[in-house]
Design a protein around this ligand. Structure first.
Ligand code: ZN
Length: 287
């Protein structure tokens, strides 16, 4: 025992121990760097009360924020072959899947549920960005198809929250095949005379943007969301031109007609309630 172990080490420990508490209770806004009390952040739906920055949200949070009283019924999504290509980069694909499952407590990057919005039946599919970057493999494709079939069965609108880095490269061409499949899924809903509403959240890119994410009857985006196909740097290098300010952001896409409206998260439920009410063509026709 000496001065170092008896005095200095405990001091250092308390220094680190003290630091752990605020990290749990406070979160720093990545945009304005202000510290936000976690409860304030939760009541404000993960939107910074200082600068209005929309932080990323989980699929489960999306469902809770969207349905009446936060109550909904999740459906089990079809099982797909795990690791069809026996893919391995620095890690095995099966190991990556396991890690993502442990981290998110979801089977894959999509969650589907049904319930009521403003008293009207609705089916919601929400992507989980924390699950391998919300990448679209066979499971997400199957999930979108299942969500579309459920919407048709229930004669309910389909609302999709997108958050994705694009294709799941570990599934190669199988991942790419989900693009036409999800396109057909949205068509199923439309052919039944039901609306598809897409809510683009940060970030929505790659193969998801190139398929079902752009096929809503109404395209909503959250403020500041990055929405695009290829990354800005890749485009800049290809066209050899400086890209305009705010390129691939929700507001820019709204100004240029790709997005119908940019809606703050705190107003999203009210907007969806209104839209679902206005678009319930079938119910009105039956009345
Ligand atoms: Zn902020």
């Amino acid at each position: 025992m000496n001065w170092l172990t008896e005095f200095v080490r405990p001091k250092i420990r308390t220094l680190f121990a003290r630091r752990e508490v605020p990290e749990n209770l406070w979160q720093q806004c990545p945009s304005c760097q202000q510290m936000i009390f976690h409860r304030d952040l939760a009541t404000n739906l993960k939107v910074c009360p200082h600068c209005g920055h929309h932080m990323r949200a989980s699929a489960i949070e999306r469902l809770a924020w969207t349905f009446d009283d936060g109550s909904y019924t999740r459906i089990e999504l079809p099982k797909v072959p795990a690791d069809p290509l026996r893919f391995r980069d620095s890690k095995r694909y099966t190991d990556r899947l396991k890690e993502a499952r442990d981290k998110t407590h979801q089977d894959d990057a999509l969650v589907v549920a049904h319930g009521r919005i403003g008293g009207h039946a609705a089916v919601v599919a929400a992507m989980e960005f924390d699950f391998m970057g919300g990448s679209m493999g066979a499971a997400v494709g199957e999930g979108i198809v299942a969500a579309a079939r459920l919407a048709v069965l229930q004669e309910a609108p389909l609302i999709v929250f997108t958050a994705s880095g694009g294709a799941r490269m570990q599934e190669g061409a199988i991942s790419l095949m989900q693009m036409p499949r999800t396109v057909i899924a949205t068509r199923l809903v439309k052919e039944a005379g039901l609306p598809v509403i897409v809510v683009l959240t940060d970030p929505t890119t790659g193969g998801v943007t190139a398929s079902f994410a752009m096929l809503g009857d109404i395209q909503i985006a959250e403020p500041g969301a990055l929405i695009g196909f290829a990354g800005a740097r890749v485009i800049e290098q290809t066209v050899r031109e400086k890209l305009p300010e705010g390129f691939q952001r929700a507001e820019y896409l709204h100004e240029h007609g790709i997005v119908d409206m940019v809606v703050k998260r705190t107003e999203l439920r009210a907007t969806l309630t209104q839209l679902v009410g206005l678009l319930r063509v079938k119910e009105l026709a039956a009345a």
